[in-house]
Design a protein around this ligand. Structure first.
Ligand code: ZN
Length: 296
């Protein structure tokens, strides 16, 4: 089961409290289904629970008994076969069936309580949500440009502006930010999925903090390496210029030790000298070497 199907399953289990909301939900799933016209009213889905919800929507709006066909690949198509029944359903939702373009009718989503129910219907018909473990992405795939434009306008009151694009002639309306995706799940009533998303966000946040810490440790290692490289450069410079032999014996000993052990920490270098010294003692001597080398 994908996260998308989990969300849809959760949405299908919600019962509308008000008649107005039930109607809005039915409108959402029908209007954004595969086809919504006097010639065809149908949906095609992978999920039986979505098919049952679609049937319920049709029965809520009319007396008709929709037909269900399951293909060999398991895709379920639910459709209204009689033209008279299709026209009844269209009339019930404010259409004559003779419209050139079936614009979205806001009268079917009249009350404030209805928006979530409508959105639920739309998501069941054409919504996809990516597993938040992978990325934040929620989209609606809409076959008609005019429908997608009308739908986007609804989000203006919602203080969210979805992005629009198209894929193989299908209009995509999508959200990429976790804040709006959480809001949409919440408004639709998908509370469990909402919590899954929030938990995943917290988990990601903690993981990012841990990663930052690890990167920081790596940066420290790089810094140590860069310092050792500079010391080795200075020592080699002294050797090339013939000044190495002029160094005091304690500096010479340390320089040789460093050349042989580029990865050694300062405290280790100090411990490996014939007369062991502290980390800061090593630091002091290395600085001296570098100062001398800088003159040549
Ligand atoms: Zn309502």
């Amino acid at each position: 089961m994908s996260f998308s199907s989990d969300v849809k399953k959760e949405l299908c289990a919600i019962e509308c409290e008000n008649d107005c909301c039930q109607r809005a939900e039915a409108y959402g799933i029908l209007y954004f289904g595969r086809s919504f016209s006097k010639d065809e009213i149908s949906i095609m889905t992978d999920y039986d629970f979505v098919a049952q919800k679609y049937k319920k929507a049709i029965k809520y709006l009319s007396q008709c008994e929709p037909e269900e066909i399951v293909s060999k690949s398991g895709k379920i198509t639910v459709s209204v076969n009689s033209k008279d029944e299709r026209i009844d359903i269209l009339n019930e939702l404010g259409y004559s069936g003779n419209e050139h373009t079936m614009r979205l009718l806001i009268t079917n989503i009249e009350d404030e309580c209805c928006f979530g129910a409508f959105l639920r219907g739309v998501f069941l018909a054409c919504g996809i949500i990516t597993d938040p473990k992978k990325e934040y992405h929620l989209e609606f795939d809409i076959a008609f440009k005019s429908k997608s434009r009308d739908f986007v306008e609804l989000f203006e009151d919602f203080e969210a502006s979805p992005k629009m694009s198209d894929r193989n002639g299908i209009n995509l309306i999508y959200f990429k930010d976790s804040y709006h995706i959480e809001n949409i799940l919440g408004v639709m009533g998908a509370h469990n999925s909402f919590l899954t998303l929030v938990n995943e966000k917290i988990f990601k946040d903690v993981r990012n903090k841990v990663n930052r810490k690890v990167n920081c440790d790596n940066a420290n290692i790089k810094k140590t390496c860069a310092a050792a490289a500079a010391q080795i450069n200075a020592i080699e410079k002294l050797m090339e210029s013939g000044k190495f032999e002029e160094l005091p014996p304690e500096l010479k000993e340390l320089a040789k030790l460093r050349l042989d052990n580029p990865e050694m920490a300062l405290s280790e270098l100090g411990a490996n000298l014939s007369t062991p010294i502290s980390r800061s003692g090593v630091n002091h001597r290395l600085k001296k070497i570098m100062d001398i080398a800088a003159k040549y």
